[in-house]
Structures are given as C-alpha cells and as structure tokens.
Design a protein around this ligand. Structure first.
Ligand SMILES: NC(=O)c1ccc[n+]([C@@H]2O[C@H](COP(=O)([O-])OP(=O)(O)OC[C@H]3O[C@@H](n4cnc5c(N)ncnc54)[C@H](OP(=O)(O)O)[C@@H]3O)[C@@H](O)[C@H]2O)c1
Length: 278
C-alpha cells in the first residue's frame, strides 16, 4: 500500500500523517509487528521508553531496511522521555539509553511524555532536548499531553518551538481549543488513541457512517483525523487491521458527515488527564 501523505513540521522535517503506535505491544512481538507495519506501508513509528519495546522496534526497523530498498531516512521514528527521567542530566542519560536500546544514531522526534506539573521539571527536560537537537542527535523535538498552560510556560522559556504536541484525540475528545492553539503556534497535533482505544468504533453515529460509506468504523474515524489535519498513530495487532487503518486516502467525508462527527465531542478520555499524571 502507498505510504500516507507527508506533513511538514515547523523546522522543515517531514512526517507521515499516519503512523503506527506501539503502546502495549509486548517486547517479544515488537520486531515482527514493526516489520509487518513497514511492509504494509507505514513509514512512521511511535514508541516510548515506557513501552519497554524500544529494542524490538529498533530491531524491526533494521530488519526491514536491511531486506528492502527502503533506507533508514525514509522511516520516521518517535520516542519519549519518561516522567521519572525528567530533569536536565537525567534526560540526557535517558536519551542515550533509548538510543542504545533502539540501536540507532539519530532519532526523528523526541517528546516529553507527560508534563508532570508537580515535578516542575519540564522546562529543564526540554532544555536537554534542545541541546540534543542542536547537536544533531534528534531531528525534531516536541511534547506530549501538554495543556495550554503547560505550553505557554514552556514557550516562555524555550528557544525551539515544539514541533508537535501528541495528545489523546478522537471523536469523543476533539480537543478543539488545544488544536486552535497549536495552529496559532505552528505546532502539529498528533492524535494518540485516535480510535479511543477501540471504544469509539462502536459509536452508533460512526457505525452508521461506515455503513453509508461502505468502509469500516476505524476507517471513518481515521479519515476524519486526516481531514482535521491531525497526525494519527493507531495501534493494531494484525496486518489486516494495519492495512485497513492506512487505507483511508481514497474516499472523503461530506460536510454533513463531518458535522455528524463534530457532534460526538463529549470530553471523554480513554486515558489520564494530564494534570493528574506526575
Ligand atoms: N503520548 C501518550 O501519552 C500516549 C498514550 C497512549 C497511546 N499513545 C500512542 O498512541 C498509540 C495508539 O493509541 P492506543 O494504542 O492507546 O489506541 P488506539 O490506536 O486508539 O486503539 C487501539 C485499539 O483499537 C483496536 N483496533 C485497531 N485498529 C482496528 C480496526 N481496524 N478495527 C477494529 N479494532 C481496531 C486495537 O486492537 P488490536 O491491537 O487487537 O488490533 C486496539 O485494541 C499507542 O500505541 C501509542 O503509540 C501515546
């Protein structure tokens, strides 16, 4: 399948609009699942130190590039610094540890996984990431789960505007205020749990739109994500679902269908609220 379209980040780096998420992918399965995702056509992978599968993700990436004409530069890889590693020196150490597990020299995107406001360390953490970025070890830096106030605090202190903010976003949690702020600041919105961890697939509005369009509920939601201009990183466990999730570029939602999805917003999270994670 054709890879997803590429979006340009605020520093000129390109990122596929559809990526493959690896949260809860068990370490022993990660390498083969990543090879499946890359064979399907994904060129953007999302992992994190927390997921415990960086070794497998790196192995899958290398196995795929060694066996095909695809080179490392064509695959966009994100990882994240975990909460307990926040702080200047500990972030530098955590980055080195992630890179050694991944078995790579350069990372495409490194994110602060959660702001952890009670720790009060995200500005220092970001300063270490700016250093790594300037040194060429990371092609872009950004944040995850940042609320507007966290972003403003960071921007007051930072030299580099984050390239992305990766946040929970799906039809039940549309994050319109945050997305408008991202637009104003030149930050890309990356949707985690773009399918609401699967729960939104059974929403009757989504299933009815899927029947009307002759596509699956997952395709309706992911098409909506693309039309919103979001990057989405769905996770799936089979090559069939991986392919289904990437195959959303040959149909469109009508304005009435978009309005129907807009009406589903109910501020309902599948994960934690960023102010409560510390
Ligand atoms: N930054 C953060 O704090 C944060 C937090 C959470 C997640 N993330 C990232 O976002 C990624 C995606 O989020 P997520 O894994 O929580 O949720 P998700 O992608 O919204 O949903 C994944 C669930 O949907 C199912 N699914 C996928 N495609 C399907 C399809 N076509 N039909 C039916 N069911 C389908 C999957 O089942 P199977 O696996 O059984 O196929 C899985 O149970 C993660 O993997 C991770 O990379 C980031």
């Amino acid at each position: 399948m054709e890879p997803a379209p590429k979006l340009t980040l605020n520093n000129g780096v390109h990122m596929d609009q559809m990526g493959f998420g690896t949260y809860k992918v068990p370490a022993p399965d990660a390498a083969s699942l990543v090879v499946d995702a890359l064979k399907t056509g994904y060129r953007h992978l999302d992992t994190a130190a927390l997921y415990g599968n960086e070794e497998g993700v790196g192995e899958g990436l290398r196995t795929f590039t060694e066996g095909t004409n695809t080179v490392r530069d064509e695959i966009f890889l994100t990882s994240k610094v975990w909460n307990t590693d926040q702080g200047y020196d500990s972030t530098l150490r955590a980055f080195d540890a992630s890179m050694s597990r991944l078995g790579l020299d350069v990372l495409d995107l490194y994110l602060i996984h959660w702001p952890c406001p009670e720790r009060g360390l995200f500005v220092e953490t970001y300063r270490a990431m700016e250093e790594l970025y300037r040194g060429g070890r990371i092609r872009a830096i950004g944040v995850s789960n940042f609320q507007p106030d966290h972003l403003r605090t960071l921007l007051d202190a930072a030299d580099v505007v984050p390239a992305v903010n990766q946040v929970e976003l799906h039809p039940w949690l549309q994050q319109r205020e945050l997305a408008a702020l991202h637009e104003e600041l030149g930050i890309r919105t990356v949707a985690w749990s773009p399918l609401g961890r699967g729960a939104v697939l059974a929403d009757p509005v989504i299933t009815s739109l899927a029947a009307d369009l002759g596509v699956s509920p997952a395709q309706v939601i992911l098409r909506w994500q693309m039309e919103q201009g979001n990057v989405a990183i769905p996770k799936a466990s089979s090559p069939e679902r991986m392919a289904e999730n990437l195959d959303v570029f040959s149909f469109e939602l009508s304005p009435a269908q978009r309005d129907a999805i807009a009406g589903l917003d109910r501020n309902q999270r599948s994960g934690s609220h960023p102010d409560t994670v510390n």
